[in-house]
Design a protein around this ligand. Sequence first.
Ligand SMILES: [Zn+2]
Length: 471
Amino acid sequence: MKVTRIAYSARLNPGKYAALLEQARRLGRVRSEVWQRYGSIGGVGSGLRDRQVRDRWLADGTHVRFGVLANAWKETVRDAMADIGANLASAKVEVRRAIIRRTGDPGERKRMFTALKADQWADDPFLARQMRKQWKRGKNRTHDQIVVRADQHNTVVDGRGLLWLAVPGLQRRQMVKIPLSTTVAPTGTLRLILRGGRVEVHYQIDASQLRSSQRPCGDATVGVDKGYTEALTDSDGQRHGVRLGRLLTTESDRLKERNRRRARLRSIANNAARRGDHAKAQRITVNNLGTFKRDRQAARHRARVRAEIFTAVHRVVDKAATVVAEDLTTSFAGRKRLGRNVNRRLAAWTKGVTAEALTNVSERRGSALVHVNAAYTSQTCHRCAGLGRRSGDRFHCTWCGVVWQADVNAAINILQRAGDPDIALHTPHRAVRQILQDRTDRHRTRLPVQDSSPATTERRANHPNRSAMSN
Ligand SMILES: [Zn+2]
């Protein structure tokens, strides 16, 4: 398994940065051309490989007008085709879900899965309709990246111990030498991302090289519930990543305030421009509405949140051989537009990072990650299976009268879903509700029920909260 490492440039001279930026801009045009020609659903269906695309461009002279070296545009074509491929794969994930919802017949499911995998959806009306629905025609938005093949770059250490990375420029045999702020030389294919006057060098290393990959996982089976205040709450009642909430709130407040300030400045600049005071408008745009500081702060915040979430997942895996969790990749794919709402955007992004951390850490440390259907896990009492009410951080079971810490209750429910005989991963929401309702009804007719199984009694002793004690 591969993980991404990032090295940063250290005090890069502005002339070199400008040259790299120009190269990235030209390569952005290459990307746009690839998306334009092959990014439609028909283009993808044609099954073209990046090598065929390169041959065509060489034959018809498309490549000439970009003004970049051959290796650079070829690597960029490969990268853009891979992006289109990823876009296609994520559309297929949704279509696979639709197939499961449409039919329970194993033969029919298999036939459709196979057709989908082989890109032969066009002949099947249902698959064709679903693919058209899920495939969002993409557009290239990347104009700040340069992909450098493994054999096209090299590093040297100078007399002062500073590491320099040399990458191809716009002219043959004229390398651009970038000083790095690390002593570890990047290896393999590099992705240079140019942001705010600084070069980020992204590259992949094998996860087994990481120290954290050598840490063994635990031996328990643990359910986790993702939260906002803390990254994860587990079924033992422990909370992990407790600083997440504050990090997100502070950032959200800061962004709202900053957006307000920028909007005000923008309107002042616009008014000045309307009056003909272009010097003032220009001054405000350059001095107060730049993106340099903004982008750096955003990057720093992202790094902090990622660290908090990854540490939280490591803590869970320290004790777990199996982690049971909700499939967090399902609903954040941007079905609904999140718009400008800062909180919702942050929450959606955080959910994605949590999903990534769970997969990544589990794979590296050898624990199993089991995805379960999390429908109603925050509204069901784990003790009596009754549907109850959640208010704030409390869950009140209207059936057995107990009050639980809401997230601990949810984590235990998630753990129990792993062995649930009726509720499978893709059981529709409404069906889950019916199953839970039936269970409660069965329970009620068998009155009175005294649940005294040791596991629940112990959990109750460990995690009642104040109001439960006073009941
Ligand atoms: Zn209950």
